[in-house]
Design a protein around this ligand. Structure first.
Ligand code: FAD
Length: 469
């Protein structure tokens, strides 16, 4: 096992997606309590930083403005900002004239890789296997496997830290009925996260079905539609949702992605929180309005010379079961929820734009399980500083990034809250306001001000109640 420095780190991050990369960037050079700078280390099982490489479709943009980079909304003077990246790349003037508030996904990926390539203390090719508490040394022990360039285990290692930040993100989700299909290689049945690696193969298929009405489903459908010859599109797009609905993007609606709303949501009773998250699906699911417009525009363009495109778009349909036909085709058994009807669709390739799920923490944190405080659904309880609530015998903290939707709401996976959450974690960890945070971030006042009710109004302020007839 690789020996690690005796002195424990102040912070070890598990996973280096955008959220822990933001934390690493804002932690860089921060003074620790006492002397010196914060000692941090971040580990990721992947060979290098990659942000959803399978969906960096040409022209696809972020769903948030470029200010939602790794640092700016906490510290606009940070050297790790998107604008400073452009300065380094001598692309400030082109960006200035491009007037693009929503940058291309490929550009965001390149920016993050620029930061990851310069920040010290990032260890790619390291899979973290287990975490436990060492009461003698008052530190967390973190076991990892160093992987070679083929992802094979090369060496085992252990490091020590006073605090942890879990940023292990999400994993592609494949609905049960479709799982057997995804495993068999003959007919392309691919989760959208692997779309670009399989694009040519899918384009070569006679008929293609896209399943899922989120942004990824829409982008893949649009990309396939644009690539297919007019009149011979041979495309079907299916979704369980009752419509191909737009993502909520109104200015006041977006205030659900603010620290104010996150604070409000965190203070709600657990059952109310559990009702709210699914009810707010249009805030984080649904399709960007521009993408919907581009799809309609492409379909319309294909009617200019008469006839309709051979593309079937049907919402309200779920895939009950699926099976192979011979070795080259797939048969989907469909059910239309509202109509209560069933039918079969034979297709030659399936793109599963069926979303992602938070990676389970259970195996990684098995060693901490006796110390974890859980809610009525067995999920870790997380306080308003993003710390897991642990047995008081543990003096260190486990911070959670993008694993706290059940306690902090729909903003958990939102890039727009990355810098703010990282700053909140670092302010708590250092015990100082290393990054001053605004007291107010939204025009909407979420909830009633409890203080109003608590403060009795002197009689003189009370107006006589007027009963309305
Ligand atoms: C296609 C796509 C587009 C999106 N676009 C937007 C957008 O425009 N705006 C927005 O606000 N949000 C967007 N999101 C949502 C969200 O921002 C992203 O999912 C974001 O990548 C989440 O970042 P993360 O750091 O939580 O996790 P991830 O990016 O999932 O990274 C987690 C990392 O943890 C590593 N890891 C996991 N387990 C271990 C382990 N045991 N040991 C070591 N490493 C480990 C993984 O290898 C991975 O690198 C998008 C999501 C997707 C899928």
């Amino acid at each position: 096992m690789t020996a690690q420095p005796e002195a424990p780190h102040d912070l070890v991050g598990i996973g280096i997606g955008p959220f822990n990369l933001s934390l690493a960037a804002l932690a860089h050079g921060l003074p620790r309590q006492g002397t010196g700078e914060l000692a941090t280390a971040f580990y990721d099982q992947r060979r290098d930083f990659r942000w959803h490489p399978g969906l960096l479709i040409d022209g696809a943009t972020l769903q948030v403005p470029f200010l939602a980079d790794l640092v700016t909304l906490a510290d606009p003077t940070s050297p790790w900002s998107y604008l400073n990246y452009l300065r380094h790349k001598e692309r400030m003037f082109p960006f200035y004239f491009a007037e693009q508030f929503h940058i291309q996904r490929a550009e965001y990926d390149a920016y993050c890789r620029w930061v990851a390539g310069r920040l010290p203390g990032l260890h790619f090719g390291h899979q973290v296997d287990a975490v436990r508490w060492n009461p003698e040394r008052d530190v967390f022990e973190v076991d990892f496997t160093q992987l070679d360039s083929d992802g094979e285990a090369e060496a085992l290692g252990r490091t020590y830290t006073r605090n942890l930040a879990l940023g292990i993100g999400t994993a592609p989700h494949i609905p049960e009925p479709l799982r057997p299909l995804a495993e068999a290689p003959t007919v392309p049945v691919i989760h959208s996260c692997d779309y670009l690696d399989n694009r040519e193969r899918v384009l070569g298929a006679e008929h293609v079905t896209v399943i899922g009405s989120g942004q990824s489903g829409a982008e893949v459908f649009l990309d396939l539609l644009r690539a297919r010859p007019a009149g011979r599109e041979r495309l079907t797009w299916l979704a369980r949702t009752p419509s191909f609905a737009p993502m909520e993007y109104s200015k006041l609606g977006l205030e659900h992605f603010t620290p104010d709303y996150t604070r409000y949501f965190h203070a709600l009773p657990e059952p109310v929180r559990d009702q709210l998250v699914p009810a707010q699906w249009q805030l984080h699911k649904g399709i960007d309005a521009d993408t919907i417009a581009a799809i309609h525009e492409e379909l319309y363009r294909r009617t200019l010379h008469g006839g309709w495109p051979d593309a079937v778009l049907t919402p309200g349909v779920s895939v009950r079961t699926a099976g192979r036909v011979a070795t080259t085709k797939v048969e989907l058994h469909l059910e239309h929820t509202q109509q209560g009807t069933r039918s079969r669709l034979t297709t030659d390739a399936v793109i599963l734009a069926t979303g992602y799920r938070e990676r389970p923490l259970t195996s990684l944190l098995a060693g901490l399980d006796p110390y974890l405080r859980k809610d009525s659904s067995g999920r870790p309880r997380i306080d308003d500083r993003y710390r897991m609530i642990l047995d008081p015998s543990i003096t260190g903290s486990v911070y959670v990034q993008n694993g706290e939707r059940h306690t902090h709401g729909v903003g958990a996976p939102d890039l727009g809250l990355a810098a703010w959450r990282s700053a909140a974690i670092l302010n708590t960890l250092t015990g100082k306001e290393a990054y001053p945070q605004p007291a107010r971030t939204a025009f909407t006042t979420f909830g009633l001000d409890q203080r109003e009710h608590a403060r009795p109004h002197p009689a003189s302020e009370l107006l006589p109640l007027v009963e309305h007839p």
